[in-house]
Design a binder for this molecule. Structure first.
Ligand code: ATP
Ligand code: MG
Length: 321
């Protein structure tokens, strides 16, 4: 219960400009789960994070974090969570170590244990060497890592991270991924992460919801989302053109569950479980003495579903916005 998030028909309309940033969003994150909230710019991700972390009030629906209603019990919610927002306000004149010690003191650490905790966290996010530099002079990646360290000070049960890796180079991104995985798998921290990066959601999350224009448009495990758009694609080419048509006939006759399309002198075969099917296809063609030139197996990525879903026009919006 204390590590869970429950969201029912959550909505937020900003008075300014009458923007319906979040229209109707429901989902549950179980204790210890790694949940990714994926969506393009302006989808409503940060608005949801801000409501769940009690920074702004919903205008519709309700949400429970760590078992507490975010509107009615914001203080209790805050005690159980750590938050790294997209836009953070930290004092640029403080050093990284000072900022961490300050945060630890705010959470009730005594002076010595605050120092100790700061050192521990600096080590975890690999900022020990830069701990005495002013935050104002940190690079973007260093700032992100400091933000993460700051959210970990009080060992929260639930961690909210709003695009924690946007703009990071691959090395820094991997370092953050590793730390988030450690927190989730070893410490049991529930993680709610927003991202625009599909491969990030794919490799980290147990479950993903895709949000677009304030509505959830798809939900499931990375595997489920991928299988929604289905199929692996096997592309075959042949040394002789006659073989292409013979191959098409052979496969049509012997494989019941495939779609075959001839395109640009290639035979495209859409299948489930591409690895297994590829072996069988090669065997079949060999038996029929059909000479293959090349084979290629490609799996669908989350990119495909993301692009497909987020490009679909909203109902009644076909004429543009
Ligand atoms: N304080 C505000 N007042 C008015 N409109 C707002 C406010 N905050 C956000 N919006 C609008 O709400 C919509 C959703 O914004 P939000 O910041 O939640 O998107 P996001 O998914 O986090 O996008 P990004 O990936 O760019 O961070 C946008 O149209 C945005 O302009
Ligand atoms: Mg945002």
């Amino acid at each position: 219960m204390h590590g869970s998030i429950e969201v029912n028909h959550l909505a937020k309309t900003f008075k300014k400009g009458n923007v319906q940033a979040v229209k109707d969003v429901s989902f549950t994150v179980n204790e210890g789960e790694f949940f990714a909230f994926l969506g393009p710019n302006g989808a409503g991700k940060s608005t949801v994070v801000q409501m769940l972390t009690t920074l702004i009030n919903p205008t519709g629906g309700e949400a429970f974090v760590a078992g507490y209603n975010v509107s009615k019990d914001p203080g209790k919610v805050r005690r159980h969570i750590g938050v790294a927002l997209q836009e953070t306000g930290v004092d640029p004149d403080l050093t990284g170590r000072e900022m961490l010690e300050l945060q630890a003191r705010i959470f009730g650490y005594q002076k010595q244990s605050a120092k100790h905790r700061a050192d521990e966290l600096l080590e975890i996010v690999q900022l020990t060497e830069d701990a005495s530099r002013k935050i104002g002079n940190y690079s973007g990646g260093m700032r992100r890592r400091l933000d993460l360290a700051l959210t970990l000070v009080n060992e929260p049960k639930i961690l909210f991270l709003d695009e924690p890796t946007t703009g990071l180079d691959p090395t820094n991104r991997m370092a953050i991924w590793k730390e988030l995985e450690r927190l989730n798998k070893q410490v049991g921290t529930t993680i709610f992460l927003t991202t625009q990066y599909l491969e990030e959601a794919d490799s980290l999350a147990d479950r993903i919801s895709i949000i677009n224009r304030g509505l959830i448009v798809a939900s499931g495990t990375p595997q489920q989302l991928k299988s929604q758009i289905g199929n692996d694609l096997i592309t075959l080419t042949f040394t002789k053109e006659a073989d292409l048509h013979e191959a098409e006939a052979v496969l049509k006759e012997n494989l019941s569950t495939v779609d075959l399309i001839v395109q640009n002198g290639k035979l495209n075969v859409y299948v489930h479980e591409g690895n297994k099917q590829l072996l069988q296809i090669v065997r079949l063609l060999d038996e029929h003495k059909i000479e293959l030139d090349t084979t290629n197996l490609s799996s669908p990525t989350l990119d495909d579903i993301f692009l497909k879903i987020t490009n679909e026009p909203e109902e009644g919006e076909e004429n543009g916005q």
